[in-house]
Design a binder for this molecule. Structure first.
Ligand code: TYM
Length: 326
């Protein structure tokens, strides 16, 4: 069975962009792949966090993994900091990554722009991500479009290591949807929907209640025309709403365009809100039924399973790089 690895940061609120772009794929992959899904708490530390909130968000994200339909009997769900091999391999990979490579990462450039104090961790973030993936000899990495550059760097690092020290890592392939890999903000559809946007109306969170979901959709930015069609250049707001409708109903976009032909934006928004509320209700109900103790027990077992695989890879890497084993 081919291996799959992906991670999500336990920061802010998990939104429908995270879900449609990445997490929903996790559920689809679990039946015919060996999957590892990680709550990447060490990545969260690259920008300041309130320690209490980070702890809560870590458990919340693990519970959401379960609530969207991941089955811990089929997949390994764990917290990144519970498996020390991640931080260790990240260091080793930093030693074969070039300063110039990390400087070219657009996510670093965006997140550090205009900030006075930027952590070194934010700079070396892609090495920790490469470590996450390479430790599990991952074949496929389901992610949204914004992670593409990090995946390319991961592939380069894996190839470089293999060339220098002998065949060790599987060179992973990104799995990025052709449609839906970049869900846009509801308030500014030229930007991606984001956990860190200050305006909460930019996104719909998986745990938003129905009335808030409806309010956010009704307020979503459209344009001054009235035609409902997919046109990202001229009509990014409407295109984003059409995309959401298509993804949530699993209808193709032409079908959705036809369905709403001749109708106003108000109708599209009302029906989209209905669909999102209905789909998220299932996740929210599952979420409510999960006890904290159960979630913690899943994470404990997950860390044990992940560690067994990760430690093996780490040992091989250390030996190949010239470190002596205990
Ligand atoms: P994070 O936590 O920012 O996002 C989690 C996943 O959601 C995707 N995503 C989106 N997809 C579509 N539209 C959007 N607007 C949108 N916003 C976010 C992201 O692409 C991601 O797949 N660096 C990663 C976490 C990570 C990771 C890894 C991922 C750490 N190690 C190893 C894969 C493999 C991140 O910050 O994702």
């Amino acid at each position: 069975m081919k291996r799959v690895f992906s991670g999500v940061q336990p920061t802010g609120d998990i939104h429908i962009g995270n879900y449609l772009g990445a997490m929903r794929q996790f559920v689809k992959l679990q039946d015919d792949h060996e999957c590892f899904f990680c709550v990447v708490d060490l990545h969260a530390l690259t920008v300041p966090q309130d320690p209490k909130v980070l702890k809560e968000k870590t458990i919340e994200l693990a519970a959401l993994y379960l609530a969207i339909g991941l089955d811990p009997k089929k997949v390994t769900i764990f917290v990144q900091s519970h498996v020390p091999a991640h931080a260790e391999l990240a260091w080793l990979l930093q030693c074969i990554t070039y300063f110039g490579e990390l400087s070219r990462m657009t996510q670093f450039k965006e997140k550090s722009k205009g900030k006075e104090s930027v952590s070194v961790g934010l700079f070396t973030y892609p090495d920790l991500m490469a470590a996450d993936i390479l430790l599990y000899n991952t074949h496929y990495v389901p992610v949204g479009e914004d992670q593409k550059q990090h995946l390319e760097l991961t592939r380069n690092i894996a190839q470089r290591f293999n060339n220098r020290f002998g065949e060790t890592f599987v060179v992973p392939e990104p799995m990025i949807l052709k449609f839906g890999a970049r869900i846009m903000s509801l308030t500014d559809p030229t930007k991606k929907m984001s956990k860190s946007d200050e305006d909460p109306y930019n996104r719909i969170n998986l745990l938003d209640d129905p009335s808030l979901i409806r309010k956010k959709i009704m307020k979503a930015v459209t344009d001054s025309e009235s035609e409902i069609r997919l046109d990202w250049d001229k009509k990014p707001g409407v295109s984003n709403l059409l995309t959401l409708y298509s993804l949530f109903t699993e209808m193709n976009v032409e079908e959705v365009e036809n369905k709403f032909k001749g109708q106003g934006y108000g109708t599209l928004k009302k029906e989209l809100a209905d669909v999102i509320i209905e789909k998220l209700a299932v996740i929210q109900q599952n979420y409510k039924e999960l006890s904290r103790d159960y979630v913690l027990s899943v994470l404990k077992e997950g860390a044990q399973k992940a560690e067994a695989v990760a430690e093996n890879t780490l040992k091989e890497v250390k030996e190949k790089m010239g470190l002596i084993l205990r």
